[in-house]
Design a protein around this ligand. Structure first.
Ligand code: ZN
Length: 637
């Protein structure tokens, strides 16, 4: 095994900014100082708990606990071993990786199969693209097809490495054999049909794609992982998929259809405020958008959109505009897609081509460019308006029964959203469209939910001992409920607020730990528990600092809460004053109920004969004194 020089690893860590490496996978936002935060790539979450300290070169997720440096990040997100991760980084940032004397560089055999299949796809994409550019008959055919039939500019072909493969398979097999790819990689790359027992010879490599336009599919890190092949006039009659307009690579060690969105690698860097993702139906639609300057278009891989695609999307931006053909198939697909999108926490709007039945999105962009998009955008429908129309196109001529059926469809959609506020809004909107009384709709929805939970209770619970078998669905619910749990853990309580202050103004710790009696803190929720625990650490001079809280956090709920608080930037001018305000609230909450009790007992002496009025009066004046006493935190150095 080749051994990489330790000096080389040090050099790599010095020269490569961790934020640049993480930023390829995670959209990072500023989180104060040199810190950045984003949605964790190692677990599903909706609020960011993954943070990166670019100065120190470390990342840390407060949700799942994953932590490490740039090498472990590449290792874990790209499924490489340590040396492969170092080599990948070296290649990416132009740093020459040196090996210990005599250990030699890595050979093909030593690279992981996945890495080899990535490399193989690179070679294949270039090979198909060169064939597309070649001056021979096939090349000329593809370029003409591209520019005249599809009406795309050549620059787009170069940018996306559009390729072509002639009716014989374009000599890809020979090219790959020359590059000495391993038998295993050739068997499993998905580009050939190979009989199981056949020895790997040129003859055994029967090309999967022949006579087709080749569109490389990249993962969200811009690596070519598969191809979509468009049928053309060159597609031979003996192609087993002759009739299929599009043929995709099969799933391989590097390609899982349901995990991938076409053009996400580029679109994710273009999204932002006022620039939502635009979901279109096919890869060429997405390329059309790109060609007119709409850089945020993405397309599902194949026909159905999966939850994991939507979760991936949510990592980068929460707003998505759906622009599908306005035929009924498109509508049905949209209705199926909507609950998943809501569950993933996406805000969906639908763009529809009203009045222009013959026009599809592709033609619209082709003829009107970006202006066409801006036009349909003005008429964008909310998710619920769209769903209502799909569920009940004509509410004015509907019987009570069809309305009630439509309502059930809509309830199904609405219940996917985890936000009560959103649900309430949706119910209102649905009632309005279906011409039902909002109150009745609300009631029916509650009945629907009750039935849903009865049905859920009747279903056998998924086995907990096999995490791999748990569906994406249940993972989402878990992460969602953890999120709301953290918020419900006292978003409005003084404990929550003091905890926030404490984490952002650590100097408040010592004076707070002395000035705030433990029994004023309500420890029935995580914020109170943590405030109590943290102040205890300050009291014993054992506070580890907010970057080293791992040892103090005992549950996922606690970790999520702290992560969320760390990423909040409290707009506080005078933290001491605000902390005193918080203490005052806790004091009032702790002492006032007893004071009221005493007042009551004093006003009705007969009702409470056991207590002696003298001691009650004493206790009252003591409580009143305590409540009036100025709360002063010792000066914060
Ligand atoms: Zn995580």
């Amino acid at each position: 095994m080749p051994v990489i020089k330790p000096t080389c690893i040090r050099d790599l860590k010095l020269r490569v900014n961790l934020a640049d490496v993480v930023g390829r996978v995670v959209t990072l936002r500023k989180a104060g100082g040199a810190r950045l935060k984003g949605l964790c790539p190692f677990h599903n979450e909706k609020t960011p708990s993954f943070h990166v300290d670019a100065d120190k070169g470390f990342y840390k997720c407060f949700g799942c606990g994953k932590a490490g440096d740039l090498i472990t990040f590449v290792r874990d997100t790209e499924q490489l071993n340590f040396s492969e991760a170092v080599e990948a980084l070296g290649k990416r940032f132009g740093i020459v990786i040196e090996y210990e004397e005599g250990s030699g560089g890595p050979s093909h055999e030593e690279r992981s199969l996945r890495q080899e299949i990535f490399d193989l796809h690179d070679v294949a994409a270039e090979h198909f693209h060169q064939a597309f550019r070649a001056t021979d008959a096939a090349g000329t055919f593809f370029r003409t097809y591209w520019t005249e039939k599809r009406r795309f500019p050549m620059e787009i072909a170069d940018e996306f490495k559009i390729g072509g493969v002639d009716a014989q398979g374009g000599g890809l097999g020979a090219a790959l054999l020359r590059r000495k790819f391993s038998e295993e990689a050739l068997r499993r790359c998905g580009l050939f049909f190979i009989y199981d027992d056949a020895a790997i010879t040129l003859h055994a490599l029967r090309p999967r794609f022949r006579g087709r336009l080749m569109i490389p599919i990249r993962d969200h890190q811009s690596r070519v992982v598969a191809f979509t092949a468009r049928q053309t006039d060159l597609t031979p009659a003996d192609d087993p998929a002759r009739e299929a307009k599009y043929v995709n690579s099969p799933e391989t060690p590097i390609f899982t259809k349901g995990n991938l969105l076409f053009n996400l690698d580029r679109a994710r860097t273009a999204v932002g405020e006022g620039k939502p993702f635009v979901m279109v139906e096919g890869q060429l639609d997405a390329l059309r958008c790109w060609s007119v300057g709409l850089k945020t278009a993405i397309a599902p891989q194949g026909t159905s959109i999966t939850e994991s695609q939507l979760v991936l999307l949510r990592r980068y931006h929460s707003q998505v505009e759906c622009f599908f053909d306005s035929d009924s198939a498109g509508q049905k697909a949209a209705l199926r897609f909507l609950p998943m999108a809501l569950k993933a926490g996406l805000e969906i709007r639908f763009l529809t081509l009203a009045g222009a039945e013959k026009l599809d999105p592709d033609l619209l962009f082709l003829e009107r460019g970006l202006a066409g998009y801006e036009d349909v955008r003005r008429g964008a429908q909310t998710a619920m308006a769209f769903a209502c129309k799909a569920a009940l196109p004509d509410p004015f001529n509907s019987t009570a029964e069809t309305k009630s059926r439509a309502a059930q469809i809509l309830f199904e959609v609405i219940s996917a959203s985890e936000s009560e506020v959103t649900r309430a809004e949706f119910i209102k909107e649905a009632a309005n469209h279906l011409r039902l009384s909002p109150l009745a709709a609300q009631k029916d929805f509650q009945t629907f939910l009750a039935r849903q939970s009865r049905q859920a209770a009747a279903r056998p619970a998924p086995t907990a001992d096999d995490p791999d078998s748990s569906t994406q669905n249940s993972k989402l619910q878990t992460s969602g409920s953890a999120g709301t749990g953290a918020a419900a853990g006292g978003a409005q309580t003084p404990e929550h607020h003091l905890l926030l202050l404490l984490l952002h103004f650590e100097k408040l710790g010592p004076p707070l730990s002395h000035g705030l009696p433990h029994d004023w803190i309500d420890t029935s929720h995580p914020a109170g528990v943590l405030l109590n625990r943290f102040l205890g650490e300050f009291e014993q001079n054992a506070w580890p600092g907010r970057d080293h809280l791992d040892g103090l956090l005992e549950s996922d709920a606690e970790r999520a809460l702290v992560a969320n608080l760390l990423f909040e930037a409290p707009a506080v001018e005078d933290p001491v004053k605000v902390a005193q305000e918080g203490m005052k609230q806790l004091r009032a909450r702790a002492l006032e109920p007893r004071l009221r009790q005493i007042e009551l007992a004093l006003a009705n002496p007969d009702a409470d004969s056991e207590s002696d009025p003298i001691s009650l009066l004493k206790e009252r004046s003591e409580l009143q004194r305590q409540l009036r006493a100025p709360l002063v935190l010792a000066a914060v150095a």
